[in-house]
Design a protein around this ligand. Structure first.
Ligand code: MF3
Ligand code: CO
Length: 248
């Protein structure tokens, strides 16, 4: 069931989203060669608290951290650790989800440590454009899968792989609500979009194949072929005046 959010609920999500976006800009200060991802997660935890937000990741299905920090071939759900140490050229994706007064925002940003590999940079640019296309398709009258198709077209045009086992999702009081929003599909399927629907859109793409392996920690999701992956996510509200991104 897709729940429609009131203007007040969307305002709370936008507050959470703005705070998290600011935080994921400020985190750049801490993304340096030699930094370990657990210390970055700790800083994010302090910031979430300082900003009056509540993490929806910590405790989710036993997850112990407030962020997922995914490096290079790790697509999503990278578990922060003292043994994951950032190196020059790394592609780091940080994903956070937290609520303000009970309403959540979910977002992820990609970062390069030092010099970016040109092909990895192209992939990140492609993921950004795919997300933008998804946002533009999040308008009244479209159906859920029209968002999926918009994302898929951008990624396939550039020849990157689309990870199929994870997807975007509805969001509100909970991190994951209906509908599921695949990053590929056929047009005109699923619910008709209405004002008050709120979605987390999150293309996950790779420089190689689309197959995924999960580490023994049961979280860390890597490309099977070791190719690098990009992930970027924003939370968007469908409104009568068009899509409203809540996480910038
Ligand atoms: N925030 C992620 C998403 O975009 C989910 C993270 S799963 C967690 O759906 F357990 F690590 F929180
Ligand atoms: Co999400």
């Amino acid at each position: 069931m897709i729940t429609l959010k009131s203007k007040t609920a969307i305002a709370k999500m936008a507050h959470a989203g703005a705070q998290l976006a600011e935080m994921l800009d400020a985190v750049k200060e801490h993304l340096k060669v030699g930094a370990d991802t657990l210390s970055i997660d700790r800083w994010i935890g302090q910031e979430i608290q300082r900003r009056g937000l509540v993490s929806l990741m910590k405790g989710y299905k036993g997850y112990q951290h407030v962020s997922c920090i995914s490096v290079n071939d790790v697509i999503v759900h990278g578990v922060p650790s003292t043994t994951t140490i950032l190196k020059d050229g790394d592609l780091v994706k940080i994903d956070v989800c937290a609520s303000y007064n009970g309403y959540a925002a979910d977002l992820a940003r990609p970062y390069f440590i030092g010099q970016a590999n040109p092909q990895a940079q192209r992939m990140v640019d492609c993921a950004r454009r795919a997300l933008e296309a998804g946002v533009r398709a999040s308008k009244v009258g479209n159906r859920v899968s029209d968002i999926s198709v918009a994302i898929q077209e951008v990624v396939e045009k550039d020849g990157f792989g689309i990870v199929r086992i994870f997807a975007g999702h509805g969001i509100g009081k909970r991190m994951h609500e209906d509908p599921e929003i695949l990053n590929y599909g056929k047009p005109g399927k699923g619910a008709v979009l209405q004002p008050g629907m709120t979605f987390a859109l999150e293309p996950m793409i790779t420089m190689g194949g689309e197959d995924v392996v999960i580490d023994n920690d049961k979280w860390t999701a890597r490309t099977q072929d070791g190719s690098w992956a990009a992930h970027i996510e924003d939370t968007v509200a469908v409104t009568a005046h068009g899509p409203q991104v809540l996480t910038r």
